[in-house]
Design a protein around this ligand. Structure first.
Ligand SMILES: [Zn+2]
Ligand SMILES: [Zn+2]
Length: 210
């Protein structure tokens, strides 16, 4: 993350949201290694990085992986007309990461056939947030009163910490910019993070994650 994107906290305890979008924080990811479950980094191999320009490196078992296999949640979906009677058929099923066809049964004419499915990738798997490149569980996530506090990387977590720590929150003042307000990461933080009564407890939790 560029330094210019960092929100500043003057001594007044103000948090000036510069409108950094979540996508701008998604530059690299700290996740659980798919081989040993310890801490691994997913970093871009070139800038600007598209989804394929990332590489995972585990600092524990030294496993290295290039983009290809998706470990996260995915759904296969088919919406077609039956090849025999032309009635609409649709079905969704969890995708296992290999076979991109779904077996379909037409209740109208009884035809059975496999159809090519479109795949939707999820960002939530086994009750945990995952990265958007490999779908691996994020390293920085903790349960908090039935909610999930998570961050893609340490810079992202630090920005959340600064937000929680600030006594006075302001929006769109630095710079005076209203266009990006709604997509700002801070603006979209869930309510449990914004609640003043949770501040002390959240800061303790974030400190254990940092
Ligand atoms: Zn490993
Ligand atoms: Zn049919």
């Amino acid at each position: 993350m560029n330094k210019k994107n960092n929100p500043t906290i003057p001594d007044t305890g103000r948090f000036a949201d510069r409108g950094v979008a979540l996508g701008e924080l998604a530059t690299h990811f700290v996740v659980h290694c798919p081989k040993c479950q310890k801490k691994a980094q997913i970093n871009p191999t070139k800038e600007p990085a598209s989804k394929v320009d990332f590489r995972l490196i585990c600092s524990d078992c030294f496993h290295v992986e290039t983009v290809g296999h998706w470990y996260g949640a995915a759904t296969a979906h088919v919406s077609v007309k039956c090849r025999e009677c032309y009635r609409p058929l649709s079905r969704s099923a969890p995708w296992n990461g290999i076979w991109k066809k779904l077996a379909m049964h037409c209740t109208h004419c009884g035809d059975n056939c496999e159809y090519e499915a479109s795949i939707t990738y999820g960002h939530f798997h086994d009750s945990r947030m995952t990265d958007p490149v490999f779908g691996l569980p994020l390293w920085l996530q903790k349960d908090f009163r039935g909610e999930l506090l998570w961050a893609y990387n340490y810079e992202h977590l630090e920005m959340v910490r600064q937000y929680v720590a600030a006594k006075l929150r302001e929006r769109g003042i630095d710079p005076r910019n209203t266009i990006r307000k709604n997509s700002s990461m801070v603006n979209r933080l869930p309510m449990f993070i914004k609640k003043a009564s949770h501040r002390e407890e959240l800061l303790k939790l974030i400190a254990t994650m940092q």
